[in-house]
Design a protein around this ligand. Structure first.
Ligand code: COA
Length: 336
């Protein structure tokens, strides 16, 4: 039976490091507050107008994943790109990557809009295409540019200190073996909380001319909104539920996990899950301290770093889990 296996990982983050101390000069905040509540010490921001965009960072991460997979761009059969911060309103960045990688083949490119769960949703789509025999090599990318769209004033501090820019990618490949690779993926949503973590304008329900007509400087619906406490409370419950669902589906117990890579939402959330699952420090990977929350990019960046650091070995049971805007949440269990 065909299964899908991750055969290459890659990531890219912009050079520009923004430390908590740097934020103190533009808003009322402090290194202590940010570290205590989120675990974040610094994040990366692109230089506006520079060469880094959501698609170009995704392409750089993809090049590293292709190199590690020992493949050329034209070996890829399909592109999946997860982001909430595309270069353009439309088209999505999948087609831009197809162009930037210089692909001769006119393969399909799919854009996924599931925010923090976007990478696992994308991985799950790639897994299904591979398991049915439709594609052999699928590129899955998560990339975000948050920095240009954040309210970098005291008014926006509850959101803007958390998010950072970056990209991660994997190459998934068909293998004729169901003992290794993606064992299962589990996807969920609860749309009644859509606006608890959202950016609602400009959109087809509130176009730019409405803003111009209202001419109200306090109307900040073009900045992301997050009900932080509510998100936190839901996240800690949903992470555990979906990880247990993935384990139960495959007949495993929490102690059999060799590595858990949670979406890097907040270090306190990761630590809470680690405690709930009774996992030692060696079995969880966190890098939010360096990058902040990079939404769809956080899991593939962490996976790429964990692989590069030798933290994941052949045969390990790897669990990926995410929760975020939608609300959406998801998990994937992988035999490495
Ligand atoms: N620096 C300093 N003070 C800040 C601040 C900042 N960056 N952001 C908010 N504050 C202030 C608030 O204004 C508030 O002040 P007040 O008591 O005078 O009104 C106080 O700190 C507490 O704010 P609150 O929002 O209740 O803090 P919190 O303990 O809930 O922590 C988060 C805020 C955002 C860190 C926390 O809710 C969280 O992590 N939520 C989940 C976020 C997340 O994971 N999002 C991504 C999901 S994918």
């Amino acid at each position: 039976m065909l299964n899908s296996k991750i055969v290459g990982t890659g990531h890219y983050v912009p050079d520009n490091v923004v430390k908590n101390k740097d934020l103190e000069s533009v808003m009322e905040t402090s290194d202590d507050w940010i570290v205590e509540r989120t675990g974040i010490h610094e994040r990366r921001h692109i230089v506006l107008g520079g060469e880094d965009t959501t698609s170009t960072m995704g392409t750089k991460a993809a090049k590293m994943a292709l190199k590690n997979a020992n493949l050329q761009p034209d070996d890829i059969d399909f592109i999946i790109f997860a982001t909430l911060s595309p270069d353009y309103y439309f088209p999505g960045p999948g087609v831009l990557v197809q162009e930037q990688l210089g692909m001769k083949s006119e393969i399909g490119a799919l854009d996924v809009r599931n925010q923090c769960s976007g990478f696992i949703y994308g991985l799950s789509v790639a897994d299904q295409f591979i398991k049915t025999g439709m594609y052999t090599n699928v590129l899955v990318i998560g990339s975000e540019v948050h920095s240009g769209g954040l309210d970098m004033t005291t008014r926006g501090r509850g959101v803007s200190v958390i998010f950072g820019d970056g990209a991660g990618a994997v190459v998934m490949q068909a293998i004729d073996n169901n003992k290794t690779g993606v064992l299962s993926s589990h996807l969920h949503s609860e749309g009644k909380h859509a606006e608890e973590l959202s950016l609602i304008s400009p959109s087809t329900t509130d176009w730019v001319p409405n803003f111009i007509e209202r001419n109200d400087p306090e109307d900040i619906r073009y900045y992301p909104y997050m009900n932080g406490n509510f998100v936190f409370k839901n996240a800690v419950v949903r992470f555990q539920q979906v990880i247990m669902e993935a384990l139960n589906h495959n007949g495993y117990k929490p102690e059999e996990i060799d590595m858990l890579i949670p979406h890097q939402a907040n270090l306190r959330i990761s630590q809470f899950i680690q405690k709930q699952m009774n996992l030692p420090d060696s079995k969880i990977f966190n890098n939010i301290q360096k990058y902040g929350n990079t939404t769809a990019a956080s899991i593939p960046i962490a996976l790429s770093e964990a692989v590069a650091e030798g933290r994941i070995k052949e045969g390990d049971l790897l669990c990926l889990a995410a929760f975020g805007s939608g609300f959406t949440w998801a998990a994937a269990l992988i035999r490495w």
